[in-house]
Design a protein around this ligand. Structure first.
Ligand SMILES: Nc1ccn([C@@H]2O[C@H](COP(=O)(O)OP(=O)(O)OP(=O)(O)O)[C@@H](O)[C@H]2O)c(=O)n1
Ligand SMILES: C[C@](O)(CO)[C@H](O)COP(=O)(O)O
Length: 394
C-alpha cells in the first residue's frame, strides 16, 4: 500500500547573525511583538500545504528556546551546522528520520531562512504550482536599483540589472532531489542557497514571483528601519486605594511616616499611596491586585510595612523582564499637608523600586472640602506606571 505523502518546512535558524550585531542571533530578536523565529513557525503552520515543521537551531538553552517557540508545534529541533548548507543538510536528515519514524513519504521540502520572518501564503502557493512541473522552485524579485560592480571599493562598471534577480526563500524541492544534492555535495565552494546545488546537478530550477515582505533581516539597519529595536514593549498600569483616617500618632504615605494626630486604618500599615502604586505595577503585568498577593485575611500581614508589597510587585515585573520607567502618584487629602514630604517620598519609593527619584512623581491635591477626603474621613491615592521591556533580543 502507498504510504501517505507529507510536505515539510525546514526553518534554518542555525546562524549567529554576525552582520546584524545584535549581541545574540538575529532570529531570536523581537519583531512586531514576537521573536522572528516564531513568525516563521506561525506562517508555515498556517499554510495548509505544510504538514510538518523542522527547526534547525543555533545554540540556545531549552528554556529560552521554549519561550521563543511560544507553544507552537514543531516536529523536530536539531542543532545547526557550521554553514547554512550544513544546517540545511541537518534539517533534511531530520526530515528523513521523521518520515521513517512516523511512516510517510516526503513529497516536497521547503527550506527557509529564519531571518525572513514574513512568508506570504501566496509565495508558497506559487512554489507549489511550479513544483507540478519542476523538481525545484525558488521565489525571486526583480532588481530595482542600479547595480554597480566595484574593485577594491572603487567604481568599476554598471551591471545590466535586467538580467539579474534577487533570490529569496523558501526554496522548494522534491525531497529525493535535494537530499541527494546535499548528500553528494563535493564542490569546493560553499553555496549560499540550496537551489544552486540542484542547478549544479544539471536540473532545472523554476523561478516564481517572490515578495518584498520576504525581505531578509541581515544588518542592524534592517531591524532599526522596521522598528524592531526602537520600540520597547510598554505596559501601563493604574492603581487606586482608599483608607479611613482615625485618631492616632501618624500616617504612613509613600513609605514615609508623617507625625500627626491621625492614623490610617488598615490591616497593614495602611499606606494608601504604596497600595495604589503596588496595584498599578501588578496591573501593568496583569498579575492581579494587592489583595490577591497579600490577603487581608492573612494574619501575617497585620501591621506589615507596605514597602514589601511594592517591592514584591517590582520583583514580579523583573521576573517577566519589565522594569519601571516612571510612576506618577496623586494623594488626595485635606490633611496632613503632603508638600513638605514629597521629595522624601519620591526618594523612598525610588529606593524600594530600585530606580532614580527622577522616575517617581508624588503629587497631592485636595477635593475642596468635598466628599470623604474633603471631610477628612479618609485619604485616597492614585498611581500610574509605565513598565518597559527591552526586547531587542532574547
Ligand atoms: N550555519 C548557519 C548559518 C546560517 N543559517 C541560517 O541561514 C539563514 C540565512 O543566513 P544569514 O542571513 O547569512 O544569517 P547568519 O548566517 O546568521 O548571518 P551572518 O552571516 O551575518 O552571521 C539564517 O536564517 C541563518 O540562521 C543556519 O541555519 N546555519
Ligand atoms: C538563501 C538566501 O537567502 C538567498 O538569498 C541567501 O543567500 C542566504 O543568506 P546569506 O547572506 O547568503 O547567508
Amino acid at each position: 500500500m502507498q504510504r501517505n505523502v507529507k510536505n515539510i518546512a525546514i526553518i534554518l535558524a542555525g546562524g549567529v547573525g554576525a552582520r546584524a550585531e545584535l549581541g545574540s542571533p538575529k532570529q531570536f530578536a523581537i519583531l512586531d511583538g514576537r521573536p522572528i523565529l516564531q513568525h516563521n513557525i506561525i506562517n508555515f503552520t498556517a499554510h495548509p500545504y505544510i504538514d510538518h515543521i523542522i527547526l534547525v537551531c543555533a545554540d540556545i538553552n531549552d528554556e529560552k528556546l521554549e519561550q521563543i517557540i511560544g507553544g507552537h508545534k514543531i516536529d523536530d529541533i536539531v542543532q545547526g551546522g557550521e554553514t547554512r548548507r550544513k544546517s540545511a543538510f541537518e534539517g533534511l536528515k531530520a526530515a528523513k528520520k521523521l518520515s521513517e519514524d512516523i511512516g510517510f513519504n516526503i513529497g516536497h521540502i521547503f527550506i527557509h531562512d529564519a531571518a525572513r520572518p514574513h512568508i506570504p501564503a501566496k509565495v508558497i502557493d506559487n512554489l507549489v504550482a511550479a513544483l507540478k512541473n519542476h523538481v525545484a522552485a525558488i521565489p525571486i524579485l526583480p532588481v530595482a536599483d542600479t547595480i554597480l560592480q566595484t574593485h577594491d571599493d572603487v567604481y568599476d562598471k554598471i551591471i545590466d540589472r535586467n538580467a539579474l534577480r534577487i533570490v529569496q526563500t523558501p526554496q522548494a524541492f522534491d525531497f529525493d532531489i535535494i537530499y541527494n544534492a546535499h548528500e553528494n555535495w563535493d564542490q569546493d565552494f560553499e553555496p549560499s542557497d540550496d537551489a544552486q546545488m540542484v542547478h549544479k546537478l544539471g536540473l532545472n530550477v523554476a523561478i516564481v514571483d517572490g515578495d518584498i515582505r520576504l525581505k531578509k533581516y541581515t544588518y542592524k539597519d534592517d531591524f532599526m528601519m522596521d522598528g524592531a529595536l526602537k520600540m520597547p514593549n510598554i505596559r501601563i498600569g493604574g492603581g487606586y486605594d482608599v483608607h479611613r483616617l482615625i485618631s492616632g500618632d501618624g500616617v504612613y504615605l509613600c513609605g514615609v511616616k508623617i507625625d500627626c494626630d491621625k492614623a490610617l486604618l488598615g490591616h497593614s500599615d495602611a499606606d494608601v499611596a504604596l497600595h495604589a502604586a503596588t496595584d498599578a505595577i501588578l496591573g501593568a503585568i496583569a498579575a492581579g491586585d494587592i489583595g490577591d498577593h497579600f490577603p487581608p485575611s492573612d494574619a501575617k500581614w497585620a501591621g506589615a510595612s507596605s514597602d514589601q508589597f511594592l517591592a514584591h510587585a517590582v520583583k514580579l515585573c523583573e521576573e517577566k523582564g519589565y522594569y519601571l520607567s516612571n510612576m506618577d502618584i496623586t494623594i488626595i487629602c485635606e490633611y496632613p499637608k503632603i508638600g513638605p514630604y514629597k521629595l522624601k517620598m519620591r526618594q523612598r519609593i525610588a529606593e524600594i523600586c530600585k530606580v532614580e527619584p527622577e522616575q517617581i512623581s508624588v503629587k497631592a491635591t485636595t477635593t475642596e472640602k468635598l466628599g470623604f477626603t474633603g471631610r477628612g474621613e479618609g485619604i485616597a491615592a492614585m498611581a500610574n506606571v509605565i513598565m518597559m521591556k527591552k526586547e531587542m533580543a532574547i
